[in-house]
Design a protein around this ligand. Structure first.
Ligand code: P6P
Length: 342
């Protein structure tokens, strides 16, 4: 198949991609199109956030399932996605980082053959600083027997994803996604409200020059993690010069830079309580979809002991450490770190 032409609309690209699914019935294309629609609506709100007083905390300080204060845009983005998707009749169940339990498809709508997990607005702690934030999504096929979906349809390993991607709300709004046929980036032309192909077949360099980690947590890292980061900052690494540090604190933005330029992003185990190590990033909504994108772009993603894509989830809001980026960088980090918490 001829490579896609620069500038083709995402809607046409999705139809072309559908051609790679011999049994595609159009449900998949309709699902991606609804995600795109939700992204456009969220983008409009994010871009006006500073103007319409939507900033600040939702209502009387609502908190989400993780006890994190929900900002109005978090709640808004979650509602927009659920409302855009619940009637598309291509989903059997939804999982959101902002909802404790799976979101069922209303009885009045037919259930479809896909299950979706999403983080409606990742990086939300940066909303008031006008820093890039994003929506991350992960799509699996329905595996449960009944007509309607169950939690089992969401608790599937990363290697079974049929699609994953993110919408990045930044200087420009971008949609980056994969259906297992490479990674493609689309930039929204606000004048026409259409996403146009701007970055076909994105590939991560084998090794990069950037490392991205919150060094403010280094006191709570394992010794092996500290040693690895010090190695990157030395002249003894494979680049022969210190890696450059870049950390935004918004996973979608830090990942997108790593995808574009190469290098490595880490959110390692936190041993503040040595008897109860903690991980921060969520498997279903953050690590697994980004791992699928990383692998499709020639990179990789590990927890430090196993590929993220191999983990079989046991609960919806499961958290994992994440080491993701250029293949050579991730392999080297794993060699250093290889830790399994007690
Ligand atoms: P820290 C945002 O809240 C988030 O979940 C990710 O987007 C980001 O990578 C991480 O937390 C930042 O965490 O502890 O460095 O502020």
């Amino acid at each position: 198949m001829a490579p896609p032409k620069l500038g083709i609309p995402l809607s046409r690209h999705i139809l072309n991609e559908q051609g790679n699914f011999p049994h595609a019935t159009g449900d998949f294309s309709r699902l991606l199109s609804q995600i795109l629609l939700a992204g456009k609506v969220i983008s409009r709100e994010v871009n006006q956030a500073g103007l319409v007083e939507i900033l600040g905390f939702a209502g009387d300080n609502q908190v989400n399932v993780h006890g994190e204060s929900q900002k109005k845009l978090d709640v808004y983005a979650n509602d927009v996605l659920i409302k855009a998707l619940d009637h598309c009749e291509c989903l059997c169940i939804m999982g959101s980082e902002e909802n404790a339990k799976p979101i069922e498809i209303p009885e009045k709508y037919r259930c479809g053959k896909y299950a979706i997990s999403f983080d409606p607005l990742d990086g939300s702690s940066n909303i008031e600083a006008n820093v890039n934030i994003g929506t991350i999504f992960s799509i699996h096929r329905k595996i449960s027997d009944g007509v309607r979906g169950t939690e089992a349809d969401l608790l599937q390993p990363g290697y079974k994803q049929v699609a994953a991607g993110y919408i990045l709300y930044g200087p420009s709004t971008m949609m980056v996604y994969t259906t297992g046929n490479g990674v493609h980036g689309f930039t929204m032309d606000p004048g026409i409200g259409e996403f146009l192909l701007s970055h076909p077949n994105l590939r991560m360099p084998e090794r990069g020059q950037y490392y991205s980690v919150n060094e403010g947590n280094s006191l709570y890292w394992s010794e092996s993690t500290r040693k690895y980061v010090e190695y990157l900052k030395s002249t003894g690494n494979k680049n022969g010069k210190p890696y450059k540090s870049r950390y935004i604190g918004s996973l979608v933005a830090d990942f997108h830079r790593t995808l574009m330029y190469g290098g490595i992003f880490l959110y390692p185990w936190d041993y503040k309580d040595p008897n109860k190590p903690k991980a921060k990033l969520r498997l279903l909504y953050e690590a697994a979809p980004l791992a699928f994108l990383a692998e499709q772009a020639g990179g990789s993603a590990s927890t430090g002991t196993e590929p993220v894509m191999d983990i079989v989830p046991t609960e919806l809001h499961q958290r994992v450490p994440l080491i993701i980026g250029s293949a050579a960088d991730v392999a080297e980090a794993v060699e250093f770190i290889r830790e399994v918490p007690a």
